[in-house]
Ligand binder design. Structure first.
Ligand code: NAD
Length: 252
């Protein structure tokens, strides 16, 4: 524990897609634990500003960090500048993600490409940009937001599930690659969490999922955030290459 008593005091963290949902809850939790948090967003500045206001009202600190994770150059430029301005980067949470659902035979090429570029390409490029400052300081925590469907599968989510399974493979590969620099790389695989992403689910699908979840309810974004925060902390120093399920028992 640091001098101030907060586990992430004086640490610099960046959370992608932090203007709402799980990303926002992660940003708020990391700030509550003492980190200065870069709040990445792509287009909704107003929501990102509201996240920052919530952090500041709670006595924490952060800043807005707008860029599109699916852009080829923007993540390197923005993360490089963010790390440089603070002299370090301790934590990266690759949370930004999209789901474009559809059955295989009707699935559009463009939707396949978009899903790959955001979910997989975004995490790859942000990790590449973060690895340099982390390796330099010989300390880092990278946490990727996967999903239960990476291992369970889900009809109508072939593209989304493929990206999340890919993300888990990438987590394991990078954990081996960056271990010698004391950079850990882990993933959290949420089940069905009550956010705008799952608000799109039709009522019948929602009822069917609920029936499959032993805890009998959807999860809350804060319940994912506390698992992510553990993997972002110095306390998780001997955990790397792990995928932590946060799914109410839906799939083990
Ligand atoms: P959400 O749709 O509420 O939030 C996703 C965030 O990512 C949004 O703020 C969005 O603007 C941002 N984003 C999307 N594309 C971006 C881009 N190109 N650049 C920067 N930001 C971008 O979703 P959520 O439910 O909060 O999900 C967060 C993460 O958790 C996602 O990776 C998702 O796949 C994963 N997940 C969610 C659930 C769930 O049940 N909600 C379950 C499993 C995994």
């Amino acid at each position: 524990m640091s001098e101030s008593g907060r586990p992430l005091a004086a640490q610099i963290a960046l959370v992608t897609g932090a203007s709402r949902g799980i990303g926002r809850a992660v940003a708020v939790e990391l700030a509550r634990r003492g980190a200065h948090v870069g709040i990445n967003y792509r287009s909704n500045a107003e929501l990102a500003q509201a996240c920052l206001a919530e952090i500041e009202a709670d006595g924490g600190s952060g800043e807005l960090c707008p860029f599109d994770v699916s852009d080829v150059d923007a993540p390197a430029d923005a993360i490089g500048a963010f790390a440089k301005s603070h002299g370090r980067l301790d934590v990266l949470v690759n949370n930004a993600g999209i789901t474009i659902d559809g059955l295989l035979l009707r699935y559009k090429e463009d939707d396949w490409q978009k899903t790959l570029e955001v979910n997989l390409g975004g995490a790859f490029r942000c990790s590449r940009a973060a690895a340099r400052p982390m390796a330099r300081k010989r300390y880092g925590r990278i946490v990727n937001l996967s999903s239960v469907v990476a291992s369970m599968g889900n009809a109508g989510q072939a593209a989304y599930a493929a990206t999340k399974a890919g993300l888990e493979g990438m987590t394991k590969a990078l954990s081996r690659e960056l271990a010698s620099r004391e950079v850990t790389v882990n993933a959290v695989a949420p089940g069905f969490i009550d956010t705008e992403m799952t608000a799109q689910l039709p009522d019948e699908a929602r009822a069917a999922y609920l029936a499959m979840i032993p805890l009998g309810r959807l999860g809350r974004a804060e319940e994912v955030a506390s698992a992510v925060a553990f993997l972002c902390s110095p306390e998780s120093s001997y955990v790397t290459g792990h995928v932590l399920a946060v799914n109410g028992g839906l799939y083990t």
